[in-house]
Design a protein around this ligand. Structure first.
Ligand code: ZN
Length: 266
């Protein structure tokens, strides 16, 4: 059963009901999910405010989903200090400027992907129109309060895609989360080679840093919604399904590598 969760599934669901928001769920002592089965974002609490990783799509319904999500999680959105954006696609940077203007948070992305996003024809609202507070680069360690997020440049899905690694606890027990920033395998032959190199390097870095928790901002990829459902009904003695162990994490990343290699053969 658990192995099934570790095999990435890149097929995007298109059912309308799957775009309904899933109840916002805290699944580690500091980490919560807001979103639907197609796309979500992560809320990371630190001693000096909140980091949000990605902010979904730019349409108003997603802004409302995030604001309601904070309130459902009993968090004050005025504590939102930072949005770390994985990459320059509209379903990840969403309406980031709205949150900055309304709540004063700062926005971060890689310089390469900011420039990429300025011209991204796939953005559902046209091109990106907002400024970024600062750029993140390879192996930068972003600090807020007691929390450190390691930023790894993983070009492939987009030219300047960032993947993040950060610690959490589950009922006080320490774990290390790895979030692979870009999901879909690119068709562009140049980018697909980058994707393969990035997944191999990120897998190695995650091994060195002891990543044992696997999450994705596209829950359809990693059976995320079923896992969150388990968390919502968890009882004593039931294992947190996002803790896959160090070997399990490596297994998941090998799944992405395998998908990439298969895609290169076709
Ligand atoms: Zn993307």
């Amino acid at each position: 059963m658990e192995k099934y969760w570790r095999i990435p599934n890149p097929i995007k669901p298109l059912f309308k009901k799957e775009l309904e928001p899933f109840p916002s769920t805290k699944f580690f002592d500091q980490l919560s999910f807001i979103g639907n089965p197609n796309v979500g974002c992560f809320v990371l609490e630190t001693s000096e405010g909140i980091i949000m990783i990605d902010c979904m799509e730019p349409q108003n319904q997603y802004v409302e989903m995030i604001e309601k999500g904070f309130s459902d999680l009993d968090l004050d959105i005025k504590d939102l200090k930072v949005i770390l954006i994985t990459h320059g696609h509209g379903d990840h940077y969403g309406k980031a400027d709205y949150f900055r203007e309304k709540y004063g948070c700062k926005l971060y992305i890689s310089k390469i992907d900011y420039e990429y996003a300025l011209q991204d024809y796939r953005s559902p609202v046209g091109v990106l129109s907002f400024e970024i507070n600062d750029y993140l680069d390879d192996m930068d360690v972003f600090k807020l309060g007691d929390t450190q997020v390691t930023c790894v440049m993983t070009p492939g899905h987009t030219p300047g895609c960032l993947s993040y690694i950060f610690p959490v606890t589950d009922e006080g027990v320490k774990h290390m989360v790895g979030i692979w920033g870009g999901t879909g395998i690119p068709r562009d032959p140049g980018l697909i080679n980058d994707y393969l190199n990035s997944i191999r390097r990120f897998t190695r870095i995650c091994d060195e840093m002891g990543c044992d928790v696997e999450i994705s901002s596209h829950p359809f990829v990693n059976n995320g919604i079923n896992r969150l459902e388990i968390i919502r009904n968890i009882t004593d003695g039931v294992h947190n399904p996002f803790v896959v162990g160090k070997a399990g994490y490596q297994y998941t990343m090998k799944g992405f590598e395998k998908m990439c290699l298969e895609s290169m053969e076709n």
